[in-house]
Design a binder for this molecule. Structure first.
Ligand SMILES: Cc1cc2nc3c(=O)[nH]c(=O)nc-3n(C[C@H](O)[C@H](O)[C@H](O)COP(=O)(O)O)c2cc1C
Length: 189
């Protein structure tokens, strides 16, 4: 049976909201015909207990040249395809309160460093993590990189856990695609 494929496009250049209205296959013909809906997903509710079976997955990313943004947007589409609601928001536009209220949280950064040493997430990413107030919320950290992300994902995870998250995934991508392992994490929600 064919279901309507409705994702979204981004409501602003830095906010992409996705709502599940049926099976979504990003590879299907017409899958890039995305419908705009208001960026309300992460703003609704304050409980981490999904209501009506819908899990609200907030995805926040920092991207300098678009790679991490593309990966985050594919992650949001995958979340929708898995039956959840998801918003991918640039860290510069993200609301701490909205993200803190989501059922699940994904925070991603491009890798900044000297390519083989001293890798770290961006300042904006770490400041955003420090602004969150979470209460056992399942969370993942992710990054895009070229050579090696070093220990940056561990540091992001520690910072998120210090804010109350339950970090259950840590993913890296060498390009614009969603990181390997993310689909499995979605299955765990
Ligand atoms: C100033 C600078 C420093 C970087 N340092 C690293 C690094 O230490 N390790 C690494 O793997 N990639 C490094 N990169 C590569 C980026 O992390 C990578 O290209 C990333 O995917 C870019 O994401 P974006 O397009 O979302 O900005 C660096 C890039 C820049 C511009």
């Amino acid at each position: 049976m064919a279901f309507p494929s409705v994702g979204t496009h981004r409501a602003t250049p830095s906010v992409s909201t996705y709502r599940h209205l049926g099976a979504f296959d990003p590879l299907a013909p017409g899958a890039d015909s995305l419908q705009c809906i208001p960026p309300v997903v992460a703003a609704a509710g304050t409980s981490h207990t999904p209501q009506g079976g819908i899990v609200r997955v907030a995805i926040v990313y920092d991207s300098r040249t678009g790679t991490t943004k593309a990966a985050a947007e594919e992650m949001a589409q995958m979340a929708v395809a898995a039956g959840h609601e998801s918003t991918a928001v640039a860290v510069q536009a993200a609301s701490s309160a909205d993200v803190s209220a989501a059922d699940a949280v994904c925070i991603g950064s491009w890798t900044e460093g000297l390519f083989f040493i001293l890798q770290h997430a961006t300042k904006a990413t770490m400041e955003f993590i420090d602004s969150l107030s979470l209460d056992g919320t399942p969370a993942v950290v992710f990054c895009t990189y070229k050579t090696s992300p070093g220990k940056m994902l561990d540091k992001m995870a520690s910072a998120l856990e210090a804010r109350g998250a339950r970090v259950t995934g840590s993913f890296r991508s060498r390009g614009r695609q969603a990181p390997d392992g993310f689909a499995g994490w979605l299955d765990s929600l």
